[in-house]
Write a protein that binds this ligand. Sequence first.
Ligand SMILES: [Zn+2]
Length: 479
Amino acid sequence: MQKHCDEKTQRVDLAGGALLPGFTDGHAHLWGTGAMMGMAQLRGSQSIDEVVQRLQSAPTTAFAGDWLLGCGWDQTCFADRKFPSSQALDEAFPDIPVALFRVDGHAFWCNQEALRRAGLTRETPDPEGGQFRRDELGEMTGILIDDAMFPIRAALPRPEAEARRAIVKMAVAEFHRQGITAVHDAGAPEAWLQTYFDLAKEGELGIRVNAMVEASHKETLQIWLQRGPKRDWGRTGYLAVTTLKLYADGALGSRGAALLADYADEPGNRGLFTTTPARLETLAQQARDRGFQMATHAIGDAAVRLVLDGYQAVLGDEARADHRWRMEHTQVIAADDIHRFGLMGVTAAVQTQHREDDLVWLDERLGAERARASFPWRRLLENGALLIGGSDSPIVAPRPLDTFRFALNGPEAMTREQAFTHLTTAPPRAVFEEHRLGTLAPGMCADCVWVSGDLMTTPKNELPGLQVCGTWVGGKRVY
Ligand SMILES: [Zn+2]
């Protein structure tokens, strides 16, 4: 850098640390992160009593009307490891609706008042791709899985424009603290896309957002199929909308991920598809015709195969062209399907911290052999797939330094170079931004992070001690 400096150059002493290209979180929910920051935090609760206590002492959620909202509970942390029922919530909060997101975001735990507000009764049938857990008498227990969450979501008060701006800004500030300068937002309805647009236009967004269109939101999808992809929406260099987001299944924790064989700890259950092959292909055709990329959530091997087959059917010979379609999570992949990612040019968006968190019950859910073959990062890379890293925040805290060190663990561990690449140069490539993001070089955007040590040489046991000391976006220090 010395030869680029003159007397006006501002110098920052990095105190032995390293300046790196800013991290991209290749799969996170930006607005969801901000929204969850405003809810009661239940992560790590060891019992139903502790959940109730935390709810009783939590501040109210500013944008939620009289609803009590929380996030982060996990029944596998409770003594009996069973799904709770509405009972404890009904006793503590008989008059206000309570809705609590499970730690993976794929289930609600509600009280009866929330069910009543959403118009749900024992007569309501299970939707496709979702389940209302019921007791022996057929009454709803208050646990709503995957697509059964929609009635509650629809009943929740919608934050107004001002609240939406505040929510996004809160999330962006947290991302800055973690050294993140770009994010792929894994699905936003139109109202939130407009909020990103407004903030970008006013120079207030502060992070490069590639926001995916939430295709399950019908109006949003219609608007964007008409509008077409926007590579630089608003011409600010901060916002792009180029991808349609769809869900093919649920998650392993709530046994909603669609598997080719039964869950090892629940014979007869193979999880849930949240789309049909026909719907996937219709959407993929629309995406191809309008020039959108596709991104489909697929966690179980049955869902992964369904998505690969669907992409293949729609792309045909173009499967070798530069479409950069992607799949989100890809935690369990049949051995026969791994090479298809590289072959078809499908990006795998993976989250190394999910593996760390899931290890507690992974053997139980999948059986030892399937568990050992899960999260197959090394084989995906060996077979030529583009692998991009992310946190899936707010499911997991958005911390690229954690994502990096967890990539070095397990039977499918990445090398340090691969782990670094999957957080820096690979994600921009996945969204056609590699010409300006992901490296430190003349002509690239000045998006950088200052880390307290060198990711390549710091001993593995000292990696948890590394810290983000500063973050710059577009040459401006934001943290
Ligand atoms: Zn996600």
